[in-house]
Design a binder for this molecule. Structure first.
Ligand code: FES
Length: 124
């Protein structure tokens, strides 16, 4: 059964932004979903409280890639405090919606963001 992805979701899946690992990252974190088995790995760079770089690697589905991609675009340039308040609903709204069974992909992306920030804060 074909899923009803928006054009923007497909664009981020086919041409993801901020894919990869930051070599001199300030922190890294991995998250996974036990049910679907998908995983994400994030690396972050922070300067004076501002997220200057955020990259990800995906071991997951099309919307795992698309949601992480759009999230990294939105979060880069935010302060740590702004990023901590970032909500998965913003990803879904920005993509123009996600199929119901794929909402958890956006939640996983935000879990990864919160985890990499927590790792960063532990080191401070
Ligand atoms: S199906 Fe689980 S993260 Fe996409």
């Amino acid at each position: 059964m074909a899923l009803n992805y928006t054009k923007k979701t497909l664009e981020h899946f086919l041409h993801p932004k901020n894919i990869g690992e930051i070599e001199d990252a300030d922190a890294v974190a991995e998250v996974g979903n036990m049910v679907c088995g998908d995983q994400l790995s994030f690396s972050i760079k922070v300067e004076k409280g501002i997220i200057t770089d955020l990259k990800f690697l995906s071991f997951g589905c099309a919307s795992n890639i698309a949601t992480a991609s759009i999230m990294t675009e939105k979060v880069k340039g935010m302060t740590i405090e702004e990023a901590k308040a970032f909500n998965w609903q913003e990803i879904v709204d920005d993509l123009g919606g996600l199929p119901k069974q794929k909402i958890h992909c956006s939640i996983l992306a935000v879990e990864g963001l919160k985890k990499v920030i927590a790792e960063y804060e532990k080191k401070q």
